[in-house]
Write a protein that binds this ligand. Structure first.
Ligand code: ADP
Ligand code: MG
Length: 256
């Protein structure tokens, strides 16, 4: 479903400044409905990678194909449509609209993609999604009347509103205490599975994401992805093929 090849991202902080490499990945592949955690410390390029996949940030080089379509070749209006149709996003800081209820926050997300559905159908789906994340009794609450964990659960329902093929979650539990983080983490995985969406989650919390099917350290992305593609599992097969050699290049530059 998602296939990244030769992805490079460099940032130039100011005109004339040296470009700073942030990402240098040889190859990464994710299947439909797969759940993958990318782990890496702060500044390792996790948010940048998710933003490139969502078409918010342009890559410096490389190809990103989503169900066979090249994201890096899309125009801005095409990217807007691509995001609305195929991508759900969950942020660390929830990013809910403060003046709207939980139900309305989910409904607003449907505006752009579920044109064909009647407003009654949309309302029913929004309520269903909120019920899936355990908020059936909080439909009319505004964000300020909800706990952090509840707000993040609304944002999970919102991310799934348009039946996306892929949910991108950027440190979705980093603002929560450990009990709530655990609960929200599990709900996110369950809700994506129940709605047929793949999940690509970024985190620096190794302990928490351990339960996910596949955990990929960003630094070792090239070697790990190569091993998975070759069918030998994460951590195996390092040292063979083009993947491993590129990985060592990025390691020596202290990026990734
Ligand atoms: P993470 O999400 O893993 O903490 P980020 O993707 O946010 O990492 O950032 C990776 C690196 O890229 C950091 O060193 C950051 O300072 C740099 N960076 C991110 N965005 C920009 C930008 N717009 N301009 C310049 N540097 C950036
Ligand atoms: Mg980040």
């Amino acid at each position: 479903m998602l296939h990244i090849e030769g992805l490079v991202k460099t940032y130039q902080a100011a005109a004339g400044a040296l470009p700073v490499p942030v990402l240098d990945m040889d190859s990464f592949y994710m299947g439909e409905q797969e759940q993958v955690a990318l782990i890496g410390p702060s500044g390792s390029g996790k948010s940048t990678l998710l933003n490139i996949i969502a078409g918010i940030v342009r890559p410096t080089a490389g190809t990103i194909t989503f169900r066979g379509h090249h994201i890096e070749r899309l125009t801005e209006p095409q990217l807007d449509r691509f995001r609305a149709q195929h991508i759900g996003y969950v942020f660390q800081s929830y990013n809910l609209l403060p003046g709207f209820t939980a139900l309305e926050n989910v409904l607003v997300a449907m505006r752009f993609s579920m044109m064909a559905a009647s407003s009654a159908e949309q309302k029913q789906r929004a309520a269903e999604l909120l019920s899936q994340v355990g908020l059936e009794h909080r439909l009319q609450h505004k964000p300020s009347q909800l706990s952090g964990g509840e707000q993040q659960r609304v944002s999970i329902a919102r991310a799934l509103a348009n039946r996306p093929a892929l949910v991108l979650a950027d440190e979705p539990t980093a603002s929560l205490d450990s009990a709530n983080a655990e609960k929200v983490f599990r709900l996110l995985g369950d809700a994506c599975r129940a709605n047929g969406a793949a999940l690509l989650l970024c985190s620096h919390d190794v302990e928490l994401v351990r339960q996910l099917g596949r955990v990929v350290p960003l630094r070792e992305l090239t070697a790990a992805a190569f091993a998975v593609t070759a069918g030998v599992g994460v951590g195996g097969g390092v040292g063979v093929g083009a993947g491993a050699s590129r990985s060592s290049v990025s390691d020596s530059r202290e990026v990734g």
